[in-house]
Design a protein around this ligand. Structure first.
Ligand SMILES: Nc1nc2c(c(=O)[nH]1)N[C@H]1C(S)=C(S)[C@@H](COP(=O)(O)O)O[C@H]1N2
Ligand SMILES: [Mo]
Length: 404
């Protein structure tokens, strides 16, 4: 894996480039945060539902390459040519509209009763800290939720993503630990809560040990560019292997706490609710809070796909939270027999893996199923994790393909 410690200066030109934004942001600037009132949590019923379509979009980037949803832009995996998701194709999950943040006025607060001193760090200070670069995938815990009815017979509430609420990018910025150490961490600290500057004040807490992991970073750059507005300009956390909801965009505050932190995102929003997670065991959460993601694989094809008869090299992406996927298999008979797919380099510990398979496609309707396994033997289970909000679905995914 590529890791580099470097000190770099953010040039004025970078600022101007990063700050040049489209009409949605201009509208936001004119109207303040009025549009944020209806922050929709994980609910996402699709364009045109509930009058949402009349509102200005929540994003700044060109939505045309995406599957567009009210609050989300879903990546079409088939548009990714190589290994990295280009910034223009990276999915967007916004609980409120992308805010316009003036880099000159920006500061990041480090505070809370676990901090030895309270700090306000401006962007040039953040830029001057040693940088850590990681290539990491980021996935929404609700990715695949739209396939819940097809795979489990039940509809789960929340954004009806198919397979495109995931991407992989090179992220660069100081480790969160570096910033925590600037303030000084009191030994009683247990949790670190990160708060965004967007209208919803989106926040998410993690245990101190995860916050101190050197790969948990405050990213200032994404694929070599200043963070795009929709992805958290000027600073976001990236918490590899954990639910995308931990990777807080437009990061405004880091709160160190000597007590466990409970807020909506770990009591009701990002929790596993169902018979297997009795509320009494998790109070004040309604179920098991989601931290780590699960091993998954998906073909980079439209759903359903249409192919000409003949030889094809198909590809897809596989990912596991605790190290790279070491095997991907595929099946033409619903998992009765499996063939081996090839994992394509690079193989990086925090990234997703690209895989390829060769298929002589015969005319007719087919279903291709893929299954990934990581080095520790974690694989995609045959039984779905049944939970009300449809999180962490990772059964081997059948992909409908029409040939001819
Ligand atoms: N401030 C803020 N951070 C946020 C969110 C948000 O709405 N506001 N959404 C979270 C969720 S649920 C996900 S899955 C990821 C998505 O990151 P992306 O939009 O860069 O793909 O951002 C997370 N960080
Ligand atoms: Mo998410």
């Amino acid at each position: 894996m590529e890791r580099s410690i470097e000190t770099a200066l953010f040039t004025r030109r970078d600022f101007v480039r990063a700050a040049s934004v489209g009409p949605a942001a201009a509208w936001l600037a004119a109207c303040g945060r009025a549009g944020d009132a209806g922050s929709s949590g994980e609910t996402d019923a699709g364009i045109g539902a509930g009058g949402e379509a009349e509102r200005p979009p929540r994003w700044v980037k060109d939505p045309s390459p995406f599957i567009q949803r009210v609050t989300n832009l879903e990546t079409r995996l088939e548009l990714i040519d190589g290994f990295i998701t280009p910034n223009e194709l990276f999915f967007v999950r916004n609980h409120s509209p992308t805010p316009t943040i003036d880099p000159e006025g920006y500061s990041l607060r480090v505070e809370g009763n676990g901090a030895q001193t309270e700090l306000r760090l401006d962007l040039s200070t953040l830029e001057s800290l040693p940088r850590h670069t990681i290539t990491a995938y980021l996935e929404c815990a609700g990715n695949w939720r739209g396939l819940y009815p097809e795979l489990t017979g039940i509809r789960a509430s929340g954004g009806q993503w198919t397979t495109g609420a995931v991407g992989c990018a090179e992220w660069s910025g100081p480790s969160l630990a570096t910033v925590l150490d600037l303030a000084g961490v009191r030994s009683e600290t247990v949790d670190v809560n990160l708060v965004g500057l967007d209208g919803s004040g989106f926040e998410r807490a993690m245990p101190l040990a995860k916050a101190r992991d050197p790969d948990t970073i405050i990213a200032l750059r994404m694929n070599g560019e200043p963070l795009p507005a929709d992805h958290g300009f000027p600073a976001r956390s990236v918490v590899p292997g954990w639910s995308g909801s931990n990777s807080i965009k437009w990061l405004g505050s880091i709160q160190l706490s000597t007590e466990r932190v409970w807020n909506r995102n770990n009591t009701s929003s990002y929790v596993l609710i169902g018979d297997d997670w009795p509320e009494a065991d998790y109070a004040p959460a309604q179920g098991g809070p989601i931290t780590e993601l699960v091993v998954k694989s998906a073909l980079a094809l439209p759903r359903p796909a249409r192919l000409a008869p003949g030889h094809h090299v198909l590809h897809g992406f596989a990912h596991a939270p605790a190290g790279p996927v070491s095997a991907v298999e595929w099946s033409l008979d619903g998992g009765a027999t499996w063939l081996e797919a090839e994992i394509v380099e690079p193989i990086l510990p925090l990234a997703w893996q690209r895989f390829e398979l060769e298929w002589d496609a015969t005319p007719g309707a087919h279903t291709l199923t893929t299954r990934a396994t990581d080095a520790a033997g974690n694989t995609q289970p045959n039984e779905p994790l049944m939970n009300e909000k449809g999180y962490l679905l990772n059964v081997p995914l059948p992909h409908p393909v029409r040939v001819g």
